[in-house]
Design a protein around this ligand. Structure first.
Ligand SMILES: Cc1cc2nc3c(=O)[nH]c(=O)nc-3n(C[C@H](O)[C@H](O)[C@H](O)COP(=O)(O)OP(=O)(O)OC[C@H]3O[C@@H](n4cnc5c(N)ncnc54)[C@H](O)[C@@H]3O)c2cc1C
Length: 486
């Protein structure tokens, strides 16, 4: 007698369940996502373009963070590390980027639970669904994601996933120098005269700046950091001079405030303020850059100031104009991104720099990070799009919430707990007539987004003070004490 064994066909759901959640990027948020997922028994695979954990952080490794260690460590990551006998750094100390890697990210990536789940030298070039471009709808949610990868030596590969968390950051896609946001024609011919945002002024790149005139373009913390280092270099190397060109009419937001709950962030701006007041940094405000001109071994920024043509000559220009997300790789997934900030559409109104100059943000999680593409999320620095105020604590709470959602713990996913230190300075262009700063008492009217989120909640306008934290965006957006984070 012959027996026929009938194997039931694998359902789409079972097929999906057998696949990992793929996390793009082994930075602080990508690794935290992996730790959170593993803690919930969800298989995960991290794809990292660099050859080690924290590859982007290492590129600015000489820079000291303004957050102390107590705000830099994810809780699930700490539990993995503790199990491996890790000695946690002192809570109040401020690490450099390299120390963040050496004392936290590298040991985390080396834990037995994570080590085998990270693939280095693997850049994700595109995300799609298996056999489906973005126009196909039938059966979409039950179809695995397909990630196209490329290795350091150019070999292409494909990886399947049940869900994708894009935590690839923004560090490798800086904004261009020009005010119109486009690369200037011929910009590739200026590589010797223009540097990226955070050169190692006092270390490896010192010779490029010592005894020379540098123009720093941009009005964020990266610019402030570089200005301070250039000022320190000027003390040691005669002839080192500094110009700071900003598009804003006032640098007040960079100058920060004594009320900043992250003391180092507040002091950073205060020191720049002193140097400007003392004439050691020549501030050119309201400067719009249009193009670069070469003048022998020197460079000229050509643009406008107060409506009139203006020029600034330099030996070297530092482009500290901020970063933007790489969206090209997401062309085949259905994202819902804000028109202005390029952040997920429900998150954007909470962080739009036109409205919120503070680092504080309303607690948010999976609801705000949901896209029309089921089980696809953007987290970490990249989730803020072009907004500059991202803090790691925010990212850790984002991926905690996403992990709960993917684990089927929907209520926990929607209970977001986050208190961020307030900046204490909340204004847009001080001196501008707009009055639409986040601490303005007059609400700024912004049209409702067309995207209707899965929760059915349709935001009606960019939230204002009253609509966000209740205490205004200058007050910490609070749901749990800071001490909840170690
Ligand atoms: C100078 C500086 C100082 C900062 N200081 C603070 C601070 O004090 N406190 C604070 O809370 N925040 C700070 N931040 C902001 C923020 O927390 C950091 O930028 C942080 O590194 C963001 O973490 P992330 O994991 O989202 O992204 P990243 O750290 O940028 O990690 C992204 C990872 O993805 C990889 N990757 C990129 N593209 C791909 C791809 N296509 N495929 C595969 N892998 C890819 C990168 O190599 C990288 O390893 C600072 C930022 C800067 C630049």
């Amino acid at each position: 007698m012959t027996m026929t064994l009938t194997v039931p066909p694998r359902t789409d759901e079972a097929r999906l369940r057998g696949l990992p959640v793929v996390v793009i990027g082994a930075g602080p948020v990508g690794l935290a996502a992996a730790a959170q997922l593993l803690e919930r028994g969800i298989d995960t695979l991290v794809l990292e373009a660099g050859d080690s954990a924290g590859a982007a952080v290492q590129r600015w490794g000489h820079t000291r963070l303004f957050s102390p260690w107590e705000y830099l460590i994810d809780e699930a990551a700490a539990r993995l590390l503790d199990a491996a006998g890790w000695e946690s750094p002192k809570a109040a100390a401020l690490p450099t980027g390299q120390e963040l890697v050496d004392a936290y990210l590298a040991p985390l990536a080396a834990t037995p639970a994570l080590a085998a789940r990270i693939r280095y030298g693997t850049r994700v070039s595109a995300v799609s669904r298996q056999g489906m471009d973005r126009t196909r709808s039938a059966g979409r949610a039950a179809t695995p994601f397909l990630l196209r990868t490329v290795s350091a030596d150019g070999v292409q590969g494909e990886v399947l996933a049940r869900a994708v968390i894009d935590a690839s950051g923004t560090y490798s896609t800086p904004n261009p120098l020009s005010s119109n946001g486009l690369d200037m024609p011929g910009v590739e011919n200026f590589h010797d005269l223009v540097t990226h945002a955070l050169p190692d002024v006092l270390g490896a790149d010192r010779a490029r700046f010592a005894g020379r005139h540098t123009v720093v373009v941009g009005a964020g913390h990266s610019a402030a950091n570089t200005l301070l280092k250039l000022a320190a270099l000027a003390e040691q190397a005669p002839g080192t001079t500094i110009t700071w060109a900003i598009r804003r009419l006032s640098p007040l937001r960079v100058f920060g405030s004594d009320a900043d709950e992250l003391a180092e962030r507040g002091k950073l701006g205060g020191r720049v303020h002193d140097l400007v007041r003392g004439g050691r940094i020549n501030l050119v405000d309201g400067f719009e850059t249009d193009q670069l001109e070469r003048d022998g071994a020197r460079v000229r920024l050509v643009g406008r100031r107060g409506g009139s043509p203006a020029r600034i000559a330099a030996d070297v220009v530092v482009n500290a104009t901020g970063f933007r997300p790489d969206l090209g790789m997401l062309r085949e997934v259905r994202t819902a991104l804000d028109d202005i900030v390029e952040a997920p559409r429900l998150l954007a109104p909470l962080i739009d720099p036109n409205l919120h100059s503070c680092g504080t943000v309303y607690p948010h999680g999976v609801v705000e990070l949901t896209h029309p593409e089921p089980n696809f999320f953007i987290a970490g620095m990249k989730s803020y799009g072009r907004a500059p105020t991202f803090l790691l604590l925010t990212g850790y709470e984002q991926v905690r919430s996403i992990a709960d959602e993917l684990a089927g713990k929907h209520a926990a996913a929607r209970t977001v707990q986050l208190t961020l230190p307030a900046t204490g300075v909340c204004s847009t262009d001080i001196g501008s007539a707009s009055g639409d700063a986040c601490c303005s008492t007059e609400p700024a009217a912004v049209p409702a987004p067309a995207f209707v989120p899965v929760t059915g909640v349709i935001p009606t306008a960019r939230p204002t003070m009253a609509a966000t934290s209740g205490g205004g965006c200058c007050a910490p957006a609070t749901a749990a004490p800071i001490g909840a984070q170690r």
